[in-house]
Design a protein. Structure first.
Length: 147
């Protein structure tokens, strides 16, 4: 009678390998959590910038005034075109991000040439971080600086 050679891992060896894998996985997840948090605000500013540029290009291409309404009671903003108040875009963002109108107010106006009607700043708060968004006269551009 022939005996089959039964090579394999014992239960203890398998459990030890699974324990090591789970420890490495949990350690890597702890390092990824702060990265996810910082990417939230980065993604918000990238989206906000592209929406503002879209509002400017829409105002130029359609020769209409575009208003950007910044809501303080809910985490969203809306782009509205012309005198008929046609909604172009409504965007919601993370509820931990708070927009506080500073010198600019809650409504931004882009004229038909793409320029902003007045310069000013708004404040953006995310957890313990604060940012100042400054809109400049002229070409209607803006920049973000941490406070």
């Amino acid at each position: 009678m022939r005996y089959l050679k039964q090579d394999g891992f014992t239960l203890a060896e398998t459990l030890l390998v699974l324990l090591c894998v789970s420890i490495f996985t949990s350690i890597s997840l702890l390092y990824l959590l702060p990265l996810h948090t910082s990417k939230k605000i980065d993604q918000f500013f990238e989206q906000f910038q592209s929406d503002i540029l879209y509002a400017q290009s829409y105002a130029i291409s359609h020769s209409k005034t575009v208003k950007v309404y910044l809501y303080s009671d809910k985490p969203s903003y809306k782009l509205v075109a012309g005198g008929l108040n046609t909604t172009i875009l409504e965007r919601q963002y993370d509820s931990e991000i708070q927009i506080q109108p500073n010198t600019l107010g809650t409504t931004l106006y882009f004229k038909s040439n793409g320029n902003i009607s007045k310069s000013g700043t708004i404040l953006v708060h995310f957890r313990e971080k604060s940012f100042s968004v400054v809109f400049l006269l002229g070409k209607g551009r803006f920049y973000v600086s941490p406070l």
